[in-house]
Write a protein that binds this ligand. Structure first.
Ligand code: CA
Ligand code: CA
Length: 267
């Protein structure tokens, strides 16, 4: 895969459109006819590239690009469009997810099915009615319990637990940030999760627990600096919830900044 060469840009007007969220940004169209785009969808996706000559024309599919499978963060596709005056392009995401924790992250609780909370695992298990506590505060770009007292937070793409082994004068209490998604209808779904321990300088890693209606369906352990992508198939009823809870591992929260993303697809 070649990097986009901005020196070879032609004077084309480029547009990116997706069915739901917008993970795709078109970077360039080179004189050799290659279209380069950045795709922030980490999971496998299928895309269709379309063009038109004039703004009022109908979109047409670029031959051979009806179903492009992409998994990387940047994609360049050969289009053989040299010398052809295609002025408008777009990339359609054909299998867009039902839900995306990154694109749909919000400072409003419950928006598009996502809620942001924390658990006190020493006091209540995941089936307990007092397991899931909504975060009381939103600070700048993340949900927090109390920044002065605990490390616990949940942001757009990072989260952090608090433990009894902690630092910075925080209270020695175990708290797990919990990302909750609630299904709006019944169906079979595919859940794609990406997690990474961002601070590889220390600590004992983290454990991500995934619960469906309080029953654990996945336990993913990361060593310090580790990362993982995994998928689950789950059959949900309307109003069922999935919880993604970050355990500091042996209640040790040192260097536990964790990157995450959850994508939920229909089956
Ligand atoms: Ca840890
Ligand atoms: Ca670490």
């Amino acid at each position: 895969m070649r990097p986009a060469c901005l020196g070879l840009l032609v004077s084309a007007i480029l547009a990116a459109v997706t069915a739901r969220s917008e993970p795709i940004q078109i970077l360039s169209l080179s004189k050799s006819g290659d279209l380069a785009w950045v795709n922030t969808n980490f999971a496998a996706g299928t895309y269709r590239v379309e063009f038109k000559h004039e703004l009022t024309d109908n979109w047409q599919t670029v031959p051979g690009l009806e179903s492009v499978v992409g998994t990387s963060s940047a994609t360049e596709v050969p289009m053989n469009l040299q010398g052809i005056d295609h002025r408008f392009f777009r990339v359609l995401w054909l299998d867009a997810p039902l839900a995306d924790s990154y694109n749909e992250f919000s400072d409003v609780q419950g928006k598009t099915g996502w809620q942001y909370g924390y658990a006190l695992p020493a006091s209540a298990g995941p089936t307990s009615p007092i397991w899931f506590n909504l975060f009381p505060s939103y600070s700048v770009d993340r949900w927090v319990v109390d920044e002065n007292l605990f490390w616990t937070f949940l942001g757009r793409d990072t989260m952090h637990p608090n433990g009894t082994v902690t630092s910075g004068g925080k209270q020695a209490v175990e708290q797990w940030p919990v990302l909750r998604w609630t299904a709006s209808s019944e169906g079979s779904i595919r859940v794609a999760v990406s997690i990474k321990d961002l601070n590889a300088n220390g600590g004992n890693g983290v454990i991500l627990h995934v619960f469906h209606q309080g029953a654990e369906v996945k336990t993913e352990t990361l060593v310090n600096g580790g990362e993982s992508n995994f998928e689950l198939n789950v059959v949900v009823a309307a109003d069922d919830h999935l919880d993604f809870a970050l355990d500091p591992n042996e209640s040790d929260d040192l260097s536990d900044v964790t990157q995450y993303r959850v994508l939920i697809y229909p089956q």
